[in-house]
Design a protein around this ligand. Structure first.
Ligand SMILES: [Zn+2]
Length: 241
């Protein structure tokens, strides 16, 4: 396992007990995207606003650069910032409407749950800990003596999954990986995301939900589209199937 996998892999073994997980019951796994799905906004926009380079970030995001290059260029803007200040900014980002209720209802069922994001592990580790989730995966910012260097470790995975996404993180690959490690069949996986960064995870999952989609094309890969900006609307697709 690579360094980033070891660092980012959270698997709490006591969850079975804590959540009354019943091995006789068909288990499921729910993978959330973070920006615009679990969080009401994009982490990089909040950081850009806090440190005065929001317009540069927005202009890069609009640009026609390949997604992997985009992730690397954006990370360079963070060079010199204190990791602690970045984390303080992340902590202030509001959760999506209905997020807490949605997570509580999924927990009641004993399902596995986590975050697969093309943002940063500094955000996903904080969020999954706060929400008591089982796993997370994202790009990792390199930090030396508390200062972000501007380099990132990208988990990739598309080269192994034979996926055409070519992004810094292939969500299809990591959905498969977490499902395998938790012994959940891919048909019992539910993936929820709002942008084209999520398309391969939505296509791969038994049920892919496009939540408040930012791009119409995302619906092509989804089994369900939730247009309301309220996460509780995904529950019907998770709990009753
Ligand atoms: Zn992919």
């Amino acid at each position: 396992m690579s360094r980033i996998n070891i660092l980012s892999w959270i698997f709490k073994k006591n969850h079975e007990k804590k959540r009354g997980f019943d091995l006789g019951r068909r288990s499921k796994l729910v993978a959330f995207d973070m920006d615009g799905t679990l969080l009401n906004g994009r982490v990089i926009y909040f950081i850009g606003e806090r440190f005065g380079f929001l317009e540069e970030i927005k202009s890069i995001m609009r640009g026609r650069i390949p997604p992997l290059e985009k992730s690397k260029i954006i990370a360079k803007h963070l060079a010199g910032l204190e990791a602690k200040e970045i984390l303080d900014t992340i902590k202030k980002i509001p959760l999506m409407t209905g997020a807490l209720e949605t997570i509580d209802r999924i927990k009641e069922k004993g399902y596995r749950m986590g975050v697969i994001s093309d943002s940063y592990t500094i955000a996903t580790s904080y969020l999954t800990e706060r929400l008591d989730m089982d796993f997370h995966m994202a790009n990792e910012l390199e930090v030396q003596q508390g200062i972000v260097t501007g380099r990132i470790f990208t988990p990739l995975g598309w080269e192994q999954a034979n996926c055409s996404c070519r992004r810094s993180i292939c969500k299809r690959f990591f959905l498969r990986k977490f499902a395998n490690s938790m012994r959940v069949s891919i048909s019992n996986c539910i993936a929820i995301g709002d942008s084209l960064a999520d398309w391969c995870m939505l296509e791969e999952a038994g049920i892919g939900i496009a939540f408040d989609p930012k791009d119409q094309d995302l619906a092509k890969y989804a089994d369900a589209v939730v247009k309301e900006k309220d996460l509780t609307h995904v529950l019907g697709w998770i709990l009753n199937r």
